[in-house]
Structures are given as structure tokens and as C-alpha cells.
Design a protein around this ligand. Structure first.
Ligand code: C5P
Length: 236
């Protein structure tokens, strides 16, 4: 298993502040995530600048479009050399297969991850968009579809990580946000777990934003998290 489990979310409005935050992180202890805000303002250049500084990048743009368009976007992400990219599983099997085929020819293709159900959606809101059943049922169905369509894993909560590990096996990658350090305020995240607990529940990678980036000493916080995870095992 990959010992570098932490992905620090660089949720910043411009390249300057993202690179300043990255300068306080050790690329041997974490990867970084570039999301929509940073990518729309700073473009692919910021991804290259992070690569030059030794970071592997999760390009979190959640592609969702017709198969040909998503394939083109995934090919462009692979050309940029990102370590991980993601698409919405609800785009369908043909779209996910097209994404997989688009990156297959690259020597080091990005890990392709599916977004199942956005955790911001309540069960009532799922009904409004026409999805029957609970969020958990929809997550499992979409994760199975993602696996069958050749994706490497999904974004999910720590709770779902243990369910999916049972359903799809330990090799199916789970990427888990909603992490807070013990004793820390939840902020706008509603269901949170500690890094250790997320790993015990089977999460492969942990997306951690503000607990690291807003820490008075991001390097020390990251080191503390990495150390706390070193001995953690999945609870069976
Ligand atoms: O600062 P914080 O640790 O809450 O950041 C979490 C990161 O994970 C953000 O970039 C956010 O967009 C992302 N995310 C999330 N919940 C999800 C999916 C992604 O918080 N369900």
C-alpha cells in the first residue's frame, strides 16, 4: 500500500497563494489537489509549477459530459502528467470507459477516480433529481458501475470506504475527504472523521484541506498526520 496517503487540497484563488502554501509542505509526505477554483484562475501552468516543485497532483475537475468530450479532457490531464483525475460516475458506463481508453496509451496514466454522490446532497435532494433510494445505496451502485467500467476507485466518505472495501475488494481505491484532526472544529463539513479512523475504515487516500493549509505550522501538522498514519491498519 502507498505510504503517502495524504492529499492536501490547495483551495486557493490564485497561483501565488497556492504555491506559497505548497512551499510549506514536503512533497515526500503528501500529494496536492488542484480543484476548480485554482484551475479556473491559474490554469494548467500551476499544475506544471507544482510538478516542478516535486508534487504529484490530483486534478479534481470532476468531468461530466458526453464520452468524446470527457475522453479529450482526460487525455489532456494525462498529457499534463497528473497523478490522479476524476469524472462523475453518473456520466455513465460509456463515458467512464471512454475516459479509461483515453489514458490507456500513456506510460504513466493518471489514476481515474469516480465521483458517486456529492456528499452535499441530502436524501430528499436525491429524490428531487430523480434518484430513488438512500445516498448509501446510490453510492454503492455507482461505485460498482465505476469499477465495472474500468475506473481505479471513487471519492467517498470514510463510512462508505469500509462498505466499498467489502463490496469491491481492497484494490479498489477510495479517496476520502471530510477529515478533521482530533479536537478540531468541523467548519462546514458535517460528517467528519480523524485521519487514523479513516484509514482504519479502509480509505486509501485522505483529502485534507484547511486542517493543514490554515494551520499555523502546516509542515508540522502534516508531519504529525503522516506519523499518526504510519502504523495504522485497516480494521477487519
Ligand atoms: O478544507 P477541507 O479539509 O474541508 O477540504 C476538503 C476538500 O475536499 C475540498 O477541496 C472539498 O472540495 C473536497 N471535497 C469535500 N467533500 C466531498 C468531496 C470533495 O469536502 N464530498
Amino acid at each position: 500500500m502507498d505510504s503517502k496517503r495524504v492529499i492536501v487540497a490547495l483551495d486557493f484563488p490564485d497561483a501565488g497563494s497556492a504555491l506559497a502554501a505548497a512551499a510549506r509542505l514536503d512533497p515526500s509526505l503528501c500529494r496536492v489537489k488542484v480543484g476548480k477554483e485554482l484551475f479556473v484562475s491559474a490554469g494548467p501552468a500551476v499544475v506544471s509549477q507544482l510538478h516542478e516543485r516535486g508534487f504529484e497532483v490530483f486534478l479534481d475537475l470532476k468531468f461530466h459530459d458526453i464520452p468524446n468530450t470527457v475522453a479529450g479532457a482526460c487525455r489532456a490531464a494525462a498529457r499534463l502528467g497528473v497523478w490522479m483525475a476524476n469524472v462523475h460516475a453518473s456520466g455513465g458506463a460509456a463515458m467512464m470507459r471512454a475516459a479509461r481508453e483515453a489514458v490507456a496509451a500513456f506510460a504513466r496514466p493518471p489514476l481515474l477516480i469516480g465521483v458517486t454522490i456529492l456528499t452535499s446532497l441530502s436524501d430528499a435532494e436525491l429524490g428531487e433529481v430523480g434518484l430513488a433510494g438512500t445516498a448509501a445505496e446510490n453510492v454503492e451502485r455507482l461505485a460498482r458501475l465505476a469499477a465495472a467500467s474500468g475506473l481505479d476507485g471513487v471519492v467517498c466518505s470514510a463510512e462508505e470506504a469500509s462498505l466499498l472495501r467489502g463490496a469491491l475488494g481492497a484494490g479498489f481505491v477510495t479517496v476520502t475527504p471530510g477529515i478533521r484532526l482530533a479536537g478540531e472544529a468541523k467548519g462546514d463539513q458535517s460528517r467528519v472523521v480523524t485521519p487514523e479512523e479513516a484509514v482504519r475504515r479502509g480509505a486509501h487516500y485522505l483529502v485534507i484541506g484547511r486542517p493543514v493549509t490554515q494551520s499555523p505550522d502546516p509542515a508540522a501538522t502534516l508531519q504529525q498526520i503522516a506519523r499518526s498514519l504510519a502504523g495504522e491498519k485497516v480494521r477487519s
